[in-house]
Design a protein around this ligand. Structure first.
Ligand code: SF4
Length: 300
């Protein structure tokens, strides 16, 4: 039984083959870290990614070429995904210098760009429109919660309204979008998380990436967790809320991810079920089967 409208199936159908999405560092910064909005960043932001070592990265083109050469026996289509930080935080010229060379690599069929709702200008929207006419384009925006009180508590440095307006502007240009959401943020009850799903269903966002709250070492959340201020989901609790969340989305919205994963070697502290992705996905699917979970059935 298909419980939800999976992005993976959509992309396979759209391109007629499996496509590998390749996470890359674009070398951009973030206004919530560089002092424009704050120096603290989101409370879940992994500080180690701001270390000088992380800044000395290979060019995005070299990062992509290395992955293509390792995986070309299995894949012949690739989507570079500019993931960390805010990849529209710069001038159009700076964005072009990073994006355009990636599109020239053979077998690249599009580009996915992760960013924040407050990192756009008219010139950037115009450029993204132009880009979308030339290739497959997906813009991924961090939202995390549909509640301003939670965004404030997590020091996100933007509002739900800014997310709505960026999504509407991108939708007017028929650009595909994704909302990143975290379930289990401090101060949120089940009802608030469901309301976030209902909010997402009410705006023209094409897809959703859903993550459980994880504690990563070096983050502000680690300190709060050590003080006993954060409650984490068991896999069963998470699956239950995830089902309700998905049921409240629109049936057409693409589900990119139903959980996040990490490893203790990469700083994961808790919950440890996050380290075993395939076993955890199996548990989630079993609970979805039992619950008869179906995307969109709670839509009014
Ligand atoms: S928007 Fe992303 S990069 Fe910026 S502070 Fe938040 S988590 Fe860190």
């Amino acid at each position: 039984v298909e419980h939800y409208n999976s992005y993976r199936s959509y992309i396979k159908k759209r391109f007629g083959q499996e496509v590998l999405k390749v996470p890359l560092s674009g070398g951009f910064s973030c206004p919530n870290r560089d002092g424009m909005k704050s120096h603290t960043g989101c409370l879940f932001c992994d500080n180690r990614s701001f270390s000088p070592a992380a800044l000395k990265i290979e060019s995005p083109v070299n990062q992509l070429r290395a992955i293509i050469s390792k995986t070309s026996h299995r894949y012949s289509a690739f989507i570079p995904y500019l993931q960390p930080f805010s990849n529209t935080y710069g001038t159009v010229e700076q964005l072009k210098a990073v994006y355009e060379p990636l599109l020239e690599i053979p077998d690249v069929v599009g580009i996915a760009i992760g960013t924040r709702p407050d990192c756009f200008s008219n010139a950037i929207y115009d450029y993204l429109y132009d880009l979308s006419k030339r290739t497959y384009l997906s813009i991924e925006l961090g939202l995390q919660s549909g509640h301003n009180i939670t965004l404030k508590r997590c020091n996100r440095g933007h509002t739900v309204e800014e997310f709505s307006s960026a999504i509407k502007r991108l939708a007017q240009m028929s650009i595909e979008t994704v909302a990143h959401v975290m379930l289990g943020l401090p101060g949120e009850c089940t009802d608030m998380m469901i309301k976030t799903a209902q909010y997402i269903a009410s705006v023209p966002v094409s897809g959703v990436k859903i993550h459980q709250l994880m504690i990563i070492s070096g983050t502000e959340f680690e300190l709060m967790y050590n003080e006993g201020l954060l409650n984490l989901f068991t896999i069963e609790e998470y699956a239950d809320i995830l089902c309700q969340f998905i049921e409240n989305l629109r049936p057409d919205q693409l589900i990119h991810r139903i959980m996040a994963d990490s490893k203790p070697d990469f700083g994961l502290i808790a919950p440890l079920w996050s380290a075993n992705k395939s076993a955890s996905i199996n548990v989630i699917h079993r609970i979805m089967n039992t619950a008869g979970c179906k995307q969109g059935i709670k839509q009014a």
